[in-house]
Write a protein that binds this ligand. Structure first.
Ligand code: CA
Length: 96
């Protein structure tokens, strides 16, 4: 079992990280393309992977699974879009 309490760089600035079964993601939850920001591009990329317009390798599956159900689906794309537009925080439905 891996539990992340504080993950920082050498300054020490906090580094966002998330875990799920079989995976560790470092970065911003929802930042599917590792741009350093969570934007509508992330929501679009997740949606495009879900419908097969992009290869799964184009997104980080751990950072894209924002509801922590172990799958990347249209729900994750919608939650990322809601986060960008309304500032809604991500909630791990499975983890909590
Ligand atoms: Ca998910």
């Amino acid at each position: 079992m891996l539990t992340i309490e504080d993950f920082t760089d050498t300054w020490p600035n906090p580094i966002p990280a998330a875990t799920e079964s079989g995976g560790l993601g470092v970065g911003l939850q929802g930042d599917a393309n590792h741009s350093g920001q969570v934007t509508m591009v992330d929501a679009m990329m997740i949606a495009q992977v879900v419908v097969g317009l992009r290869p799964p390798a184009d997104i980080d599956p751990v950072m894209s699974d924002v509801n922590c159900d172990g799958k990347v689906t249209m729900v994750d794309a919608m939650l990322v879009a809601q986060h960008v537009v309304f500032g809604k925080e991500f909630t791990c439905w499975v983890c909590e």
